[in-house]
Design a protein around this ligand. Structure first.
Ligand code: 3PG
Length: 396
């Protein structure tokens, strides 16, 4: 991996791929984590006298210009975070981009408009990648969370310029490697979320890599059904019962301990403060639905965490957005946070709802590392090569 610190950037036009795909409501950014994540690389380049040209996608505009998917509000947020002016060009191509770049001085920052306003971006069109490359002298990829996409600005352009990993991307890779590739053992993985169907490759890969695998969330229901248990009115993927059985079979032969909930919280309906009770997993009443793991399960999970040196977490353990079905997620997250402080547990989390679940538990900051990535984190955990990262390795 080529690292940004290896490059000489002074006076150079440095094209930096960031991930400014931030949540936004009515033109306002609701969570600026990804903007903050880009600051170290931007500040490093400014300090070292580069012209900092930022490229990003935003939303899924499918090759069409759209006001709602303009990066202008993100550029404004960046200026605020940096405490310095940030210029904006309303196209990442053509004269708006080239004129804005020609006007730049060393240490200045420019945001180019959403790369996905051009269909050629997602098609990874070589001519488009070449045009992007012509805007800079060097390329830095700092968008780990978009590295699973082989698009022109994440992959294609890296073949036409000296290409380096930015500081945020390096941190992501270094921490994930510490958790999954070269971890302190034993390693426990906690995987939750709604569906087995979206996590088959993840579960299969983890069985080969970790010592314990805890499965929670609605996806555990499919495992209960596969074991012949009554799941009442719970969310369940009966078509994947066979998959669940083969995962259990593989676990039995792999030396990875598969841990399923032994008690669950069931409710008559899925609503805030709905009537609910805790039952053993083999005693779910007909018509009730499983919405969370129970206290005995959280205790068993806590014991399993105690017996592990590394924790890797993806997905909530229950329907955490609706009280009180956030209980097991919050308790397990807080327990892990305590172990990080008191016994040096290494805990890494990422993907989709996981960050909001940890924020909800108030412990995201206590984790050793929380990835900014959703899909890319999952693909990494699945053992897949990420094209955006691979393109930086090719050049070694
Ligand atoms: C993400 O939010 O996970 C990344 O920015 C990738 O976005 P995409 O799924 O639209 O490619």
């Amino acid at each position: 991996l080529r690292r940004i610190e290896d490059a000489s950037v002074e006076g150079k036009r440095v094209l930096v791929r960031v991930d400014f795909n931030v949540p936004m409501q009515d033109g306002k950014i609701t969570d600026a984590t990804r903007v903050r994540a880009a600051l170290p690389t931007i500040e490093y380049l400014k300090r070292n006298g580069a012209k900092v040209i930022l490229l990003s996608h935003f939303g899924r505009p499918k090759g069409q210009r759209s006001e709602a998917e303009s990066l202008q509000p993100v550029a404004d947020e960046l200026a605020e975070q940096l405490g310095a002016p940030v210029a904006f060009a309303d196209d990442c191509m053509g004269s708006p981009a080239s004129e804005a770049i020609a006007a730049m001085e060393a240490g200045q920052v420019l945001v180019l408009e959403n790369t996905r306003f051009h269909a050629a971006e997602e098609a990874n069109d070589p001519a488009f990648a070449l045009k992007l490359a012509s805007l800079g002298d060097l390329y830095v990829n700092d968008a780990f969370s978009a590295a699973h996409r082989a698009h022109a600005s994440t992959e294609g352009v890296a073949h036409h310029l000296p290409a380096y990993a930015g500081l945020a991307l390096q941190r992501e890779i270094d921490h994930l490697a510490q958790a999954l590739e070269n971890p302190e053992r034993p390693v426990i993985a906690i995987v939750g979320g709604a569906k087995v169907s979206t996590k088959i490759e993840l579960l299969t890969n983890l069985l080969d890599k970790v010592d314990r695998l805890f499965i929670g969330g609605a996806m555990a229901n499919t495992f209960f059904a596969a074991k012949g248990l009554e799941v009442g009115a719970s969310l369940v993927e009966r078509d994947f019962a066979e998959t669940a059985r083969s995962i259990m079979g593989k676990a039995a032969n792999s030396g990875c301990e598969l841990i399923l909930p032994t008690d669950v919280v069931v409710a008559r309906e899925f609503a805030e403060d709905a009537e609910h009770k805790t039952v053993e997993t083999d005693a779910v009443p007909a018509g009730w639905m499983i919405l969370d793991c129970g206290p005995a399960t959280v205790d068993a999970l806590a014991d399993a965490i105690d017996a592990s040196k590394t924790l890797i977490w993806n997905g909530p353990l229950g329907a955490f957005e609706t009280r009180p079905f956030d209980t097991s997620t919050v308790e397990a997250a807080r327990y892990a946070a305590g172990r990080i402080k008191e016994s040096g547990l290494i805990a890494v989390a990422g993907g989709g709802d996981t960050v909001s679940a940890l924020n909800h538990a108030g412990v995201a900051r206590d984790f050793t590392f929380v990835s900014t990535a959703g899909g890319a984190f999952l693909e990494w955990m699945e053992g897949k090569e990420l094209p955006g990262v691979a393109a930086l390795m090719d050049k070694d």
